[in-house]
Ligand binder design. Structure first.
Ligand code: GDP
Ligand code: ZN
Length: 397
């Protein structure tokens, strides 16, 4: 059939219904990464494909392969990938670091609370600067309020969005729990979320967000399957049989520097679709000719995949033009030289030291090298109390 055409991120204050709406759109829970939450700041993007069906007879949009009104077989209108991240801290970090992965955003605001809530403000601040233009505001939980309350909340939302990138975004009231107005939301998604034309000639670039060994323990050598990489292609095309290079690559002995690896793409999948070639959209799984022991337990997360010779060498120093994040929930002091920070760029989580701060540019010495590109977004977290908290963000200069 087809690969997901674009990646849609979910934003909004905690408990405003992101996980619930994702479930309604995709049939899957994305909020199942408790291990990841425990680890704190590492990014674990959850991807789930959303199918949008349209029944021409009833002119009705739904997530069901059977028209809810006439019972007939609707047409598959769209296939999109919903990207979610568990927890507030990682969600914000993800949106910043993985901005290049997202093509659009559903911004959720609950109708039963005054708008804005603290994280609503923070998320809009970030969204406003990331350049993501496809935005739909989803007013959630309308089953919990009267019509008058919903209208009042709608006006608050309108006032809150004024002067921002989302000023003219549509506001669609829904209840994912009660199944209210989902047709209107899907219709709007279908209308607004149009994929950007992808430059297929651009050099292949994929950010690795997971890697595994798919073999059961005890598999005999001749039956072993090669290592598998999962990630987002952000430009170019990857075809079965292509030779690829992965950087920084593999750390072969503890404490050593990573070395790049070259291998072949043996097969490609996007969720349940087997593909001959893959382009941007959704979480793409690449089965490679690598020794599976090299890819097990997410060993290659944070690496970048490209064609052989086309991936830039990793760097161990980053210069980031940054801004402090104004946070409602904590006092965020200016950054200090020699302070340790957690650095998130694309799918890479790294630790670094702020060796120099000058004219709004932070020079960060990284513990392990990473592949970075100019203008790429970076999230910086610092230790406040016992936790790493997102504190600043900016762009690689
Ligand atoms: P998240 O933190 O933004 O992912 O929010 P969740 O999806 O986990 O939702 C938080 C709570 O609100 C859960 O108990 C949901 O069942 C409830 N909830 C979400 N959407 C709706 C809705 O449209 N109506 C009602 N009544 N409850 C909702
Ligand atoms: Zn129908």
């Amino acid at each position: 059939m087809m690969q997901a055409e674009m990646n849609i991120g979910m934003l909004g204050h905690v408990d405003h219904g992101k996980t619930t709406l994702t479930k309604a759109l995709t049939g899957k829970w994305t909020d199942t990464h408790s291990e990841e939450i425990k680890r704190g700041i590492s990014i674990r993007l959850g991807y789930a494909d959303a199918y949008i069906y349209h029944c021409p007879k009833c002119d009705l949009y739904s997530s069901e392969a059977k028209c809810p009104k006439c019972g007939g077989k609707p047409k598959l209108a769209r296939k999109l990938s919903i990207v979610d991240a568990p927890g507030h801290e990682t969600l914000m970090t993800t949106v910043i670091a993985a901005t290049s992965i997202l093509d659009g955003v559903l911004f959720l605001i609950a109708a039963n609370e005054p708008c804005p809530q603290p994280q609503t403000t923070e998320h809009l601040l970030v969204l406003n600067s990331t350049g993501i233009k496809n935005v739909i505001i989803v007013q959630t939980k309308i089953d919990l309020v009267t019509k008058e309350k919903a209208m009042e909340n709608y006006k608050q939302i309108k006032a809150f969005l004024k002067g921002t990138v989302a000023e003219n975004a549509s506001i669609i009231p829904v209840s994912a729990n009660a199944g209210l107005n989902m047709d209107a939301l899907l219709r709007k998604i279908n209308e607004v979320m149009k994929p950007q034309p992808h430059d297929e000639k651009a050099p292949l670039r994929m950010y690795v967000s997971r890697s595994f060994d798919v073999n059961r323990p005890g598999t005999s050598v001749k039956d072993l399957k090669g290592g598998v990489l999962g990630g987002s292609i952000v430009q170019g095309v990857l075809k079965v049989g292509d030779e690829i290079e992965i950087k920084p690559g593999i750390v072969r002995k503890e404490g050593g520097k990573p070395t790049s690896v070259v291998c072949k793409a043996q097969s490609l999948m996007e969720e349940t679709e087997v593909l001959e070639s893959a382009k941007p959209g959704g979480l793409v799984a690449v089965a490679t000719t690598l020794d599976p022991s090299l890819t097990k337990s997410d060993a290659l997360v944070g690496s970048v995949v490209g064609r052989k010779g086309e991936v830039p060498d990793p760097v161990d120093t980053l210069n980031v033009k940054y801004a402090l994040l104004e946070r409602a929930d904590m006092q965020n002091m200016p950054l200090r030289e020699n302070e340790p920070v957690v650095v998130n760029v694309h799918t890479c989580t790294d630790v670094g030291i702020l060796v120099k701060l000058s004219k709004g540019v932070a020079t960060i010495k990284l513990k392990k090298p990473t592949v970075a590109y100019k203008d790429m977004y970076v999230a910086l977290s610092r230790k406040i109390g016992q936790r790493w908290r997102l504190s600043a963000w900016g762009k690689v200069v």
